[in-house]
Design a protein around this ligand. Sequence first.
Ligand SMILES: [Zn+2]
Ligand SMILES: [Zn+2]
Length: 287
Amino acid sequence: MRIDLHTHTLASDGLMDAATLVAEAGSRGVGLLAVSDHDTTAGVDEAVAAGKKAGVEVWPAVELSCDVDAGEAHVLGYFVDHRRNWLQVLLGRLREGRADRAARMVGRLTALGVPVTYERVATLAAGGAIGRLHVARALVEAGHVRHTAEAFDRFIGHGGPAYAERVKLTPVQAIEIIRASGGLAVLAHPGWGTGDEMIRDLVEAGLDGLEIYYPDHSPSQVEQYRGLAERLGLLMTGGTDFHGGSMATRVPVGSQYVPESIVAPMREAAARRHPQATPPALELLAR
Ligand SMILES: [Zn+2]
Ligand SMILES: [Zn+2]
């Protein structure tokens, strides 16, 4: 059985709706799939329902984008109770922050002489959580860059001339949100540059696991993070970060090796975790 615990749909910046993603995963032999859109759980119910028909087990998940000194860190939340009203209010505020940020990046790109319109970016987001990948796709469409990676390299990557900051969420806050909603907090793709020291700090803040098996991780990184997870007593996960087509990691759904041995510890940890009675005290919720 293939396992893919990191995928995106049209609800954020993927190219497939949830039902199409599940069908595609099923046709590639995936028996266990997690739908982990950025700052939204809008694709989860559709994916779970499609999974029941297709014989694919679907885990609810979300991927929260956080700012750290070195750039960005992403925290995956597995088994979050997405019916909690406060969680939806909070995710809604994060998405509003994304829309504001996309508008500021559009302004900067226009000033740099590589104009795209906010309307086009929003259309590419198709009503889902707007992200930099949508801005990148608009830049490709307008002929300013050849592919989305070039858009990040030249304009909208962290520190780039059109880069704009988003509503700030720290990884510690993301962990707090995920745990409060009954989920397991897993640091996504640590190979993006989260140092081991920061990982240790996040473990103190309640981090439950590390994403080990990931297309951009070299074999030596996989070994390094497996060793770290073992030493720190962390869960291990993995997935493709599939967005569809040639976007992001550019590999087909289910194509990343993820051992079945990681599944039972995840299930056991999830069974022990319960949503908290009260939402976390965060400024984003207090407004
Ligand atoms: Zn990510
Ligand atoms: Zn992702």
